[in-house]
Design a protein around this ligand. Structure first.
Ligand code: ADP
Length: 342
């Protein structure tokens, strides 16, 4: 296949100039549409002959008026933390839900989870609110409460049918993500954890671009110890740096498996290149800790239960609490306030 001659967009530019408000179109967007809100709208090769071309070309290209609305929605949130991964399947959503339960152990903390993973929203299942519907009032969408101090909102709640494949193209997905960020009424919160779409996809860029303006603390990067995952995580860390998002640290998930019968430890995803700790050192970012594989984590997620409540003495639970303490440190909090029993 011939190499593409098209210059890729620079991360810094995309983040600095997030997508604009979508103009009203007179026809469906054609294949290879650059996006009616993008800088190339109306001027790209694929725009030639499109009935929307003139509309897109004249659409406003200035700062997105929705950005201040999103920032206002999140103004009462003290700490906003993105959970990111380079690759799917490494435990990003699992870790987000574990982190939320950990923060919520202290009844004085108010915690929110926002699931923006449009292609694989698994937070509702993991938090046990899959069959819930969102309450919408004049003030916006209210989160679904899992505990008195733990609210959840997922983009899944805005999708027509949870089993439908999401095959929308970029611009439509971005529009939905933006709508979602604009509509949720969080009120006052201590912690908001945002489960982001994996990799550096278009949706990932949108979520970061929209939230960056709202003053996020930074991103926690989740990986497995395997080089195949680390490879993508390097790109993710590079992305965060270029986008000006602070990397709060790296968590190595699925680092070991300790057999519950014989206590033998196996490296299922062997760290052939130094694992998460090695990568954190290499890239000069904090290593927050390693969480073992524990089938009870997967089970707790499937049943929408808190792993912390169900298995408080397990090695995985202790490891997770260590990660929470390191993360608290990184955002300038006393770990004993975040997890009082530590
Ligand atoms: P991602 O959000 O990165 O796509 P998920 O959080 O959906 O990944 O996790 C992928 C799978 O791995 C899920 O089945 C989840 O239950 C399981 N899983 C994640 N972390 C662990 C762990 N530490 N121990 C056991 N299973 C895990």
């Amino acid at each position: 296949m011939a190499p593409s001659l098209e210059e890729p967009d620079r991360v810094e530019d995309v983040i600095a100039h997030p997508l604009k408000q979508k103009p009203t179109l007179v026809a469906p967007e054609p294949e290879h549409c650059p996006g009616p809100e993008s800088e190339q709208a109306g001027a790209a090769d694929s725009c030639a002959g499109c009935p929307n071309q003139a509309i897109c070309a004249s659409a406003p290209k200035g700062p997105d008026p929705d950005i201040p609305i999103i920032a206002a929605r999140l103004a009462g949130v003290k700490h906003k933390i993105l959970v990111v991964s380079g690759k799917g399947g490494v435990g990003k959503s699992t870790f987000t839900s574990l982190l939320a339960h950990a923060f919520a152990i202290n009844p004085d903390n108010s915690v929110g989870v926002m699931d923006t993973d449009i292609c694989g929203p698994s937070i509702p299942k993991m938090m046990g609110v899959e069959s819930e519907t969102l309450h919408v009032s004049g003030a916006g969408m209210s989160p679904v409460y899992v505990m008195d101090n733990l609210g959840v909102v997922s983009i899944q709640f805005m999708l027509p049918n949870r089993d439908d494949a999401i095959i929308w193209r970029g611009p439509k997905k971005n529009g939905l993500i933006k709508q979602f960020l604009k509509d949720v009424d969080w009120g006052d919160l201590d912690f908001l954890l945002v489960d982001t779409p994996p990799g550096t996809s278009d949706e990932h860029l949108s979520v970061n671009a929209f939230l960056k303006e709202s003053g996020i603390d930074g991103a926690v990067v989740v990986t497995t110890p395997q080089e195949v995952s680390l490879l993508d995580v390097r790109k993710e860390i590079d992305f965060c740096r270029k986008a000006g998002i602070r990397v709060l640290g790296l968590v190595e998930n699925m680092s070991m498996f300790v057999c519950p019968k014989c206590d033998h430890a196996s490296e299922i995803f062997r760290a052939t290149t130094g694992g998460g700790r090695g990568l954190a050192e290499e890239m000069g970012i904090p290593f927050l800790g390693a969480v073992p594989i524990d089938p009870r984590i997967a089970m707790a997620c499937d049943y929408g239960e808190s792993f912390f409540d169900s298995f408080p003495d397990s090695p995985a639970c202790k490891a997770l609490k260590g990660v929470v303490s390191s993360l608290a440190d990184q955002i300038g909090l006393d770990p004993r306030d975040v997890l009082p029993e530590q």
